[in-house]
Each structure stands twice: as C-alpha cells, then as structure tokens.
Design a protein around this ligand. Structure first.
Ligand SMILES: O=C(O)CCC(=O)C(=O)O
Ligand SMILES: [Fe+2]
Length: 277
C-alpha cells in the first residue's frame, strides 16, 4: 500500500496529540470524529507514528486468537447431516452452506425462541445494549448449550469450522416482519470506538459469523454483501458463514427488508478467544 498523503499541519497534530498522552487508537477516533474515514485515519496515524498498521487493526498484540477453518467444497458430513458448500468467496471468506440445519431443527428452534422474543438491541459505543432504528426485528439469545437442540447445533458448527464451542456467543434468534431489515453493518467491533475494550474484554474480537435461515421468506430478506454485489437467498435450513479481519470493509452486510411473509434467523458469532458471558 502506498504512503498516504498527509498535510504538514495534520502530521503535526498527530504528533502533538500523541505527545499529549493520547494513544494511537484514540488519535484515530478523534480523526474519525473530525470526518476522516477510519481506514484512512489508521494508515495516516501508523505512517506518522511509524508503527505497523496492524497495531491499529489488530485487537490485541498477544493475539493467541484462533481463526475458524473455512468449510471446503463440495460437502461435509457432520453428525449425520450433509452440509453442502454451494458458493465460496475468497475475500472475505464466505461460504453458503446448504443443509446446515434439518427442517425439523429449524421449526424446533423457532418454537423454543418464540415465547422469549423482544425488540432487538445493538451494542452501542459504550458497550451498552440499546434499541436501534437500524435494526427493527425482534430477537432473543440462548445461553450457550441452553437446550439439547442448541447444544447439537453449536457442536455441529464447532466441528464444521474447527472452533471450540466456547468461542461462540450465545445463539441469537431474530424474527423480521414485512418491512423490517438489518441495515448494512460489520459484525467485528471497531477498535476506534470508546467501548471497544469493554466489549472485547471477554473473548476478544469477533472473527466470524454464521447466519442460519430458519424459514424461507415469501419475498425479500436475503443477506446482502454490498461491497461484493452478492446477495445470499434466505432458504430454510441453509446458512451463510463469513470470516473477517478487524477493519475488513468487504465484510459489510445487511439483512434486506422482508417484502412478503416473515423471516427467522439464528446467528452464531465467534470470538478469537473463549467467550465468557
Ligand atoms: O438478517 C440477516 O440476513 C443478517 C443478520 C446479521 O447480519 C447479523 O445477525 O449479524
Ligand atoms: Fe451481521
């Protein structure tokens, strides 16, 4: 990557702010507030301070963090379930997985979640949960291993991705009605956000997501990756797995509006280290 062009005043400001005691993450955050795109701000700060860019994109320099294994085509059989890899993207790593869940498992998961649905929350910059207009669905979380079915699904995902089950956040179920959607977002946590340390204190950064479709919406409701021009169809029993590095802008994705019928998904987010809720 070529060196970013940096005005002398900005160079001076980055040095002075650092000398005043602000760490590089904080400098990036201040630049973001001033209107700089985060990836550019990171490159500028890394360049001026002569530190590796990875310091600003990695979660933690100790990084004993694990990475998931991307499932290989054409298919894998796990505890009797044949999971077909119908589509693969290299960067970010995406796999469309057909038959990850049986149709009965989809129905059963919906039945278990239904009585516990609430308006979905997102994690705000201070690490608190809040309702969010960008996300209008209803949802709930299972605790890890909460029911025999949840445990079976978690173990299947663990085998498929070669990731211990304890790296998973609790399985989240979402229910979208017509018009509801999940606007474009990243699943990784932004290190330049003030709440980053709190959010990643247990389990570290998110490294991969598995979005499982528990029904087939009549119309709409696919998962879109706008940077790739790719939309995965929401099909009962199928899933989309994707893995990302911190700052990976190609992993931007959205739950498209459901235009007819409704949509049920189960999402499993994986952390680089064991996650203790
Ligand atoms: O609803 C979808 O298709 C996407 C869900 C999603 O992005 C998430 O749960 O993080
Ligand atoms: Fe997401």
């Amino acid at each position: 990557m070529s060196d970013p062009k940096i005005r002398p005043e900005l160079r001076e400001w980055i040095n002075a702010t650092t000398l005043a005691g602000h760490g590089p993450h904080e400098v990036v955050r201040l630049m973001k507030e001033a209107g700089y795109a985060v990836p550019l701000a990171r490159r500028m700060v890394a360049h001026v301070l002569n530190i590796p860019l990875s310091v600003l994109t990695a979660i933690d320099q100790r990084s004993d963090g694990r990475r998931s294994r991307h499932p290989a085509a054409p298919q894998q059989v796990i505890d009797g379930q044949t999971v077909r890899v119908a589509l693969s993207v290299d960067a970010p790593a995406i796999r469309v997985l057909e038959g990850l869940l049986s149709l009965d498992e989809c129905d059963e998961l919906i039945a278990q979640a239904k009585p516990r649905l609430q308006r979905s929350l997102t994690v705000d910059v201070d690490g608190r949960h809040q309702t969010d207009e960008r996300r209008t669905s209803q949802g709930m979380f299972f605790r890890n291993g909460e029911t025999p079915l949840v445990r079976r699904i978690e173990q299947r995902i663990a085998s498929l991705l070669d990731m211990p089950t304890d790296h998973g956040e609790g399985l989240q179920i979402l229910h979208y009605l017509p018009g509801q959607e999940y606007e474009p977002h990243y699943d990784w946590f932004d290190p330049s956000q003030p709440g980053f340390e709190a959010i990643t204190a247990r389990g570290g950064q998110r490294i991969a997501s598995v979005v499982m479709y528990l029904n087939t919406p009549e119309e709409g409701g696919g998962t879109s990756f706008p940077a790739l021009g790719l939309t995965v169809t929401a099909l009962r029993g199928s899933a989309v797995y994707f893995a990302y590095e911190t700052g990976d802008e190609a992993s931007l994705h959205a739950g498209l509006p459901v235009t007819r019928g409704d949509k049920w998904i189960a999402t499993k987010w994986l952390r680089e280290r064991p996650f203790k809720p």
